[in-house]
Design a protein around this ligand. Sequence first.
Ligand SMILES: [Zn+2]
Length: 466
Amino acid sequence: MLDHHTVYVDLETTGATATHDRITEIGVIEVNRGRVVSEWSSLVNPGVSIPPMIQALTGITNDMVALAPDFEDLHHEVLKRLDGKLFVAHNARFDYGFLKNEFRRCGVSFNARVLCTVKLSRKLYPHHARHNLDTLLERHNLDCEARHRALGDAKVLWLLAQKWADERGPTLVQGAIDLLVKSQSVPAGLPDLAFDHIPETPGVYLFYGDNEVVLYVGKSINLRARVMSHFADDHRVNKDMQIAQQIKRIDYRETAGELGALLLESRLVKQLAPVHNRQLRRNTQLCAWHWRDTDIEAAPRLATAGDIDPAKFGELYGLFRSRATAIEALREIAARHELCHVLIGLEKRAGPCFAHQIKRCRGACVGLESRAQHALRLKEALSALRTLPWPYKGRIGVREVATNGEIAELHVLDHWCHIATVKSEAELHDISETRATPTFDVDTYKILKRFLAKLPRGVEIIRFAT
Ligand SMILES: [Zn+2]
């Protein structure tokens, strides 16, 4: 607030809830380069009756606001005064939340960098337990000429700011402010310190909205940084804007390392179908081409569902999400490599295939190319689509240990399937008792293929005796 172009803001309202209570008065002190540039305040007609208790507290009565403009009349003026400046208020979440809601009713999305003077006071004077405005006034020997009126309270905040800069020194105060401004941008639906308890470890985070609806599931090797990046003002994508408006609660699960986070995220996204995750389609339509490069007489055969067996990997090509994409892919490969449509099973007829008639097949169908030669070219053409045979003998364990040493996890895997993640010998024993056939999941396959191809440092593979 020392370096920043700042507005000290205070509101009086009809009650404590930003969603249905309304503003009755706004006070704004604008300060630039340490000087007051303007002071402005206005009563606001809330459109509802002010409860007697609040009238008594603020001295703002129904009669006083009866002829005042309503927020909509004022919103251009208010926006002009606040826009682009550092928004400073005591319990800023309250004032900011009220203003955001009032602006929203006028169809305006109001966003500002916010500094809460309660938080700043706590940071500068951590040994004091209480930081409400009356306590601060008394502690710092300040008078307020109009306590509980918007402009009066806004002025007091400016006085406090100057007092703090005197007592603590401008450098220290500026540092504390910069830290607070940077670490905030907590969405309105979350408590002020919502990010503070999130660890900087690998894991999976879950965003919840109203009625515990799961909005989003994500993973990171640094949970707190990733969660905060969703709400950083400078590079917000549309999806994050929507999440910021809907979010009510954050939950997280720590994992020992990256693989644990990847596997857990993939499982939770399928299980919970969060509103803002791109939905991965189920495996039921999964297709692949089955072909043995030793069987040169046979055409590739379309394998589906139960035939997609990791034990056959190496002879399966593709892993497509539908029949149509599988056929399209083979057609494209045939065209690119001048393969014979009859030999690869795309066309059923005797004699030259249609492709040969238009000179797109090298003529294996009419004896111009040997079967063996054609099979060799098909093998090469399909190589990029070849599924990878499980490179181990049966089950393995992948051991990840957290950098702080607090969590160790063993991911038990078999033929590209994730059997379980265990944290102790006892758990490992339990799962070795049960030998249920795991279900193949294409996303798990992709995760494991990528991860096992290049193991991060410190990750250990354990081969179980079979
Ligand atoms: Zn042909």
